[in-house]
Design a protein around this ligand. Structure first.
Ligand SMILES: Cc1cc2nc3c(=O)[nH]c(=O)nc-3n(C[C@H](O)[C@H](O)[C@H](O)COP(=O)(O)OP(=O)(O)OC[C@H]3O[C@@H](n4cnc5c(N)ncnc54)[C@H](O)[C@@H]3O)c2cc1C
Length: 376
């Protein structure tokens, strides 16, 4: 069908949905509460599933120059000893697409550039779906979604994961490889980006709302001496971002209601331990757009979308939380030692198998199809 859509929220999920729905022939406007659409943030990893979805959105040729495929990397302990080393090219061999790092701002710029200015309405806060006049409303208004609260008034709010995260991007000075250093209650990560930059993060177990007046000084004080590149990168970083991380621990019973589809963090905000939150929001967008092209009624579009997206995205959210408990959030020294031994003994092929399975997802085609054509 063809119709009108209003997208509440202009983040990765909302912009991807707008691009997909336009490709499906819909008239789309994106309502964003921020006074302007700004491309901000640190880095983000994109798995092959998201790259395939972005390609289906038509962004492939412009995307590729912004990506830095990860060719090798590994997991280290706090003393800099390898627990496991990956041949990250394994993803490209298995799935035809690599695991990549990208500057979040570059990704947002790419999405914004694919949309005409007159469909972007910054400075517009959506209070309720009832005030929006459109065939379809997309609730892409993030983890604290108003549209989710409207659809599921009694549903538990997102909860603190127990982890606070520091992130930054700076220039590379040497040949940095993808690497993650695990300490008790700590994960320090380094991801090379295009253009000679590097994205680093520090995920740390801490009480909710812990105030850190000077994140840079805090990180340097806490991690100097660690056998990781992160302290050096922190010292050279201009702006350090710091956020407590929350997630929707209680999964939603349904992603749709009335003429509204919840998408991205509004539907399934997950802990970042698998690096899949943004990837899942792009998958959501492509599935919604393909369903919008394919079905003859909004009810059928929404039913298809919920059926396709809820099981997979909720499974990945659960696995991401589990990964955090076994990984960064493990604090007891004996548990950390046992985990490290296990990781060291596990064959690499086995340790990447789960990630390959998770990112082996093929997007449906966005295009006019008859409702009786094979399921995407
Ligand atoms: C530390 C950290 C690391 C991460 N790393 C990765 C990674 O490596 N890979 C990955 O795939 N994901 C990662 N993620 C997850 C990823 O950032 C999110 O899943 C993704 O940004 C969600 O996009 P979204 O569009 O759903 O929501 P958001 O990006 O939150 O966008 C929501 C938008 O809606 C707007 N908005 C809110 N309320 C309203 C309203 N009422 N009216 C209008 N507009 C509104 C907001 O201003 C915002 O622009 C990470 C997250 C964190 C916290």
């Amino acid at each position: 069908m063809r119709g009108t859509a209003l997208v509440a929220g202009g983040g990765i999920g909302g912009l991807s949905a707008a691009i997909g729905l336009r490709k499906a022939g819909w008239e789309v406007r994106v309502l964003e509460r921020a006074p302007e659409f700004t491309a901000v943030g640190a880095g983000i990893s994109l798995w092959p599933n998201a790259l395939r979805a972005l390609t289906e959105l038509g962004l492939g040729p412009r995307l590729d120059p912004l990506l830095t495929p990860q060719t090798s990397g590994g997991l280290l302990d706090q003393d800099g000893r390898w627990l496991t080393r990956w041949d990250a090219a394994v993803f490209e061999r298995a799935l035809g697409r690599p695991l990549v790092g990208i500057h979040r701002a570059h990704l947002l710029e790419l999405l914004l550039d694919a949309l005409p200015d007159d469909c972007l309405e910054p400075g517009t806060t959506v209070g309720s779906a009832a005030e929006l006049d459109a065939d379809l409303v997309v609730g892409a208004d993030g983890i604290h979604s108003r549209l989710r609260a409207e659809l599921h008034p009694g549903h538990p709010q997102p909860v603190y994961t127990g982890t606070t995260a520091f992130r930054g991007v700076t220039a590379r000075t040497d040949d940095v490889k993808l690497g993650v250093t695990m300490g008790p209650g700590v994960e320090l990560g380094v991801v090379p980006l295009a253009g000679g930059d590097v994205y680093w993060y520090a995920a740390v177990s801490a009480p909710e709302g812990s105030t850190v007046d000077d994140p840079k000084a805090y990180l340097l004080d806490r991690f100097t001496g660690w056998r990781s590149k992160v302290p050096d990168l922190v010292a050279r970083t201009e702006t350090v971002l710091h956020h407590d991380i929350h997630w929707l621990a209680e999964p939603l019973p349904c992603y749709v209601g009335g003429n509204v589809a919840l998408l991205g963090d509004a539907a399934h905000a997950m802990p970042p331990f698998l690096g899949q939150g943004g990837c899942q929001s792009i998958e959501d967008a492509v599935v919604l757009a393909a369903a919008a092209a394919r079905h003859d009624s909004v009810a059928a579009v929404l039913a298809h979308y919920d059926r396709e997206r809820r099981p997979r995205s909720q499974r990945i959210a659960r696995n991401s939380a589990r990964m955090g408990r076994f990984g960064q959030q493990l604090e007891h020294p004996l548990a950390v030692r046992a985990r490290n031994t296990l990781v060291r003994l596990l064959p690499v092929s086995l340790s990447v198998r789960g990630s390959i399975r998770m990112s082996d997802w093929t997007p449906p085609r966005i295009g006019a199809q008859s409702p009786t054509s094979p399921a995407s």
